[in-house]
Design a binder for this molecule. Structure first.
Ligand code: ZN
Length: 264
């Protein structure tokens, strides 16, 4: 499977990019409210116990008082119910509504059905987009005080007391979150733009192998241009940060913060 494309949020709060996505009509969905501000902790996985058309019908019925930010059909089609970053709250998990995004996933009526490959791919795109947009980490969390991709059920009674997004003892669908997060990380890594060539400083969170991947070159290319750059700049050769890193020869180890490199 090729890595799905990275999504972004436009000025109306709609998610755009290389994914099949529809926007709720009316926009936003009636079940929700505007005027909510604050930091988002992450996103919650839900299951529809249905398919996408009946979920859309239900969320557009004012008497239901229920909604989510996104629904995802078994074929991977995404439906967005309301805007991101516009103070719109979806009604998906009671006390969690103001601080967690919600994604409803079609299960064809049975929460023991696993997510399809298409749902995993679309989920990875949406979760990566939400994480980048709201600044929460790409990780699984099972704690209401955590950050990342959680579940409706982890909130207990305060979040509605649901078993959602699956059923014990199997918990098939919540156990698929690590696969979604892994794919989301691949999406992010594969679409990062290269840094400009020339002198730069390691940030303490990047390996040389990771940097070479981002630059689309080989590790030796970075060493050659660093040697040339240092010679041209001050003719002192490799310094106290480069020498031990180079001697260790472990290119997937994090480079020390402040280590100077010249990128080709
Ligand atoms: Zn739920």
């Amino acid at each position: 499977m090729t890595t799905p494309g990275r999504l972004s949020v436009d000025s109306e709060g709609k998610v755009r990019g290389n994914v099949a996505i529809n926007y709720n009509d009316p926009w936003p969905c009636v079940n929700g409210r505007l005027g909510v501000t604050g930091t988002m902790s992450g996103v919650l996985e839900h299951t529809m116990v249905a398919n996408l058309p009946s979920c859309i019908a239900s969320f557009n019925n004012p008497s239901r008082q229920a909604s989510a930010h996104f629904g995802i059909a078994q074929d991977g089609t995404v439906h967005q119910f309301g805007p991101l970053g516009r103070g719109w709250e979806a009604w998906h998990a009671m006390a969690a509504n103001a601080t967690w995004y919600g994604i409803e996933l079609a299960d064809d009526g049975n929460p023991n059905n696993p997510l399809t490959d298409a749902q995993i791919a679309a989920s990875a795109q949406v979760v990566e987009c939400l994480s980048a947009f709201a600044g929460f980490p790409l990780q699984v969390t099972d704690s209401v005080t955590g950050h990342g991709y959680g579940t409706h059920s982890m909130g207990g009674a305060a979040w509605g007391g649901h078993t959602c997004p699956d059923l014990p003892p199997k918990h098939v669908r919540s156990a698929q979150r690590p696969a979604i997060i892994d794919l989301a990380k691949l999406i992010r890594a594969s679409t990062r733009t290269p840094l400009p060539s020339g002198r730069c400083h390691a940030d303490g969170h990047t390996s040389l192998a990771g940097l070479a991947q981002r630059q689309g070159c080989g590790v030796p290319d970075i060493w050659w241009s660093t040697a040339a750059g240092m010679a041209a700049a001050d003719n002192t050769g490799f310094g106290d940060l480069q020498r031990p890193y180079m001697a260790a020869g472990q290119w997937d180890a994090l480079m020390p913060s402040g280590m100077i490199l010249w990128l080709p």
